[in-house]
Design a protein around this ligand. Structure first.
Ligand code: SF4
Ligand code: SF4
Length: 266
């Protein structure tokens, strides 16, 4: 007897829609995939059914508005597994930079009628609000990550997170280290792998699309950045980028924001 197809939903909260392209960018491989899965909700592919019960709900986007929160709670009830995809859904994304700022002051400066803006005080990852079963980090996630996850589910294997450091991948590819040879402030020692160490291959430092790795020693790396000559504010900004609200990067960013440059000379 044929194995029943996995039923899937792809939901979008506050995001740019880029991670959903991991499904659509497969080209003809998407047709092969449809032999094994069935999408019951995927607006970007023209399939609408946000309240359908599914085996796996993929969620893109952060919880930034009251509507995001309401929809996240609803999809949790309708899904056996909830899987967050991308930086926004896993750690709040670029928009979480506002968590470190005075949001109402920004709104008043930008909008003629800020009272029309319905937003929460923070932008946060989905797991801060509902139970999440698995996280696919990345900005954006890759086709391979998504396919690997689904393959494990189909084979009845417990999916395992990829949290190895980017440096490991960089070294396996025999790339020259941009931090050692050029003094470039590369986040590779604390960032999880996933991109194939793309930027060091082109001679530039990594700025952390895939979020914190396993056991990231951010204190040590930040001290190394200071040794390379970066000022405290520059170090804070290295960590306050794509995954600024992830715990290790947030802590490091706050630490260096609070350091006066004169303290480094003492
Ligand atoms: S270039 Fe970056 S990722 Fe590669 S080994 Fe050096 S620090 Fe690690
Ligand atoms: S910034 Fe880092 S994680 Fe992003 S593509 Fe470049 S090397 Fe990969």
């Amino acid at each position: 007897m044929a194995t029943p197809k996995l039923t899937l939903a792809v939901h979008k909260l506050t995001s740019c829609s880029g991670c959903q392209l991991a499904f659509l960018n497969q080209g003809t491989a998407l047709l092969d995939m449809l032999e094994e899965v069935e999408f019951l909700h995927f607006i970007e592919a023209g399939i609408e059914g946000p309240e359908q019960a599914v085996d796996v709900a993929f969620v893109e986007g952060s919880i930034s508005t009251p509507e995001d929160l309401e929809r996240a709670r609803a999809l949790r009830k309708n899904s056996k597994l909830v899987v967050t995809i991308g930086a926004c859904a896993t750690s709040g994304g670029i928009q979480a930079l506002r968590n470190m700022a005075d949001g109402p002051a920004w709104q008043a400066a930008i909008y003629a009628r800020p009272d029309f803006i319905a937003t929460l005080a923070t932008s946060t990852g989905v797991a801060e609000h509902i139970k999440v079963d698995f996280e696919l980090w990345g900005c954006p996630i890759t086709v391979e990550q998504m396919r690997h996850f689904l393959r494990q589910l189909r084979l009845g294997v417990q999916p395992r997170p990829e949290a190895e450091k980017l440096c490991m991948e960089c070294k396996r590819r025999l790339q020259v280290c941009v931090m050692v040879t050029r003094g470039a402030p590369c986040l590779g020692p604390v960032v999880r792998t996933g991109c194939g160490a793309l930027c060091p291959a082109f001679g530039r430092a990594c700025y952390g699309c895939f979020g914190p790795s396993e056991q990231p020693n951010c204190d040590s790396l930040a001290n190394r950045f200071a040794g390379l000559g970066l000022l405290p504010d520059d170090i804070a900004r290295r960590f306050a980028a794509i995954h600024s609200h992830s715990v290790p990067f947030r802590e490091q960013s706050r630490r260096w924001q609070s350091i006066d440059v004169r303290e480094l000379d003492e």
